[in-house]
Design a protein around this ligand. Sequence first.
Ligand SMILES: Cc1cc2nc3c(=O)[nH]c(=O)nc-3n(C[C@H](O)[C@H](O)[C@H](O)COP(=O)(O)O)c2cc1C
Length: 250
Amino acid sequence: MIYYFSGTGNSLYVARHLADILGERLSPMASSLSLRGELDRVIGLVFPVYAWGIPNVVEKFVSNSSLQNSAQVDYIYAVMTCGDDMGYADRVLESALGRKLDAAFSVLMPDVYVCLPGFDVDSKEECKEKLAQEKIIVKEIAAHVSERKEVRQLKRGPFPWTKSYIIRPLFNRYLLTDKYFNVDAAKCISCGRCRKSCPVGNIVLDDVPKWQSHCTGCLACYHACPYHAINFGKMTQMKGQYNLLRTINE
Ligand SMILES: Cc1cc2nc3c(=O)[nH]c(=O)nc-3n(C[C@H](O)[C@H](O)[C@H](O)COP(=O)(O)O)c2cc1C
């Protein structure tokens, strides 16, 4: 079984590729929020890297699951999608999981983080290049998993410890919040795409979207808005939006 979380589609895309090659089933983490009872012998976890760590949905899912000392599970691996580098996200996952991973991989995918100065979506060319590489890398990952290899293929980037253990807690404390989302009422047509896109059901549509304070920070709502009516503070007004389907089809 492959458990996945995806805000803007990248990790779902990777999880589907992997599941197709391995003949595995997929299950969304966001809907079950824990993993108990009868477990498969091989478990895959596929999700995005957030602030050189893991999304809070993933943290809840793995820490509520009875994987720590389950003798039922022979092999557990993680595939983490990221725009640039993942720091020690695998170690952050292992702390939440309460056990070592047998294998861990990062896959570079189009960057969706736009809320700080200097961060924006990738160009169309960069997206295409990453999606082309993804095909090759996922095949390699599937081969390792089939052979139950103990392996780590990770792009940690520079200063991984500082990023994962100093910057990430600050990010989570000050920027992992929906209180800075705002809507340009003149642009919003109440189409509801933001609400539908939210993987954790954090948006109600009351003429315009209203966030319910249990945001996981994925930015699906921002990227899904066809009119760029949603912004995170003022920082995203001039930033791009990412749509995986459009990138693939164009
Ligand atoms: C809140 C947030 C934090 C992120 N932090 C990182 C990061 O630390 N390193 C990185 O390379 N990419 C980072 N990204 C980019 C995503 O990991 C990347 O685009 C991922 O493929 C998105 O997956 P998804 O489409 O399945 O949600 C971040 C994205 C978000 C929304």
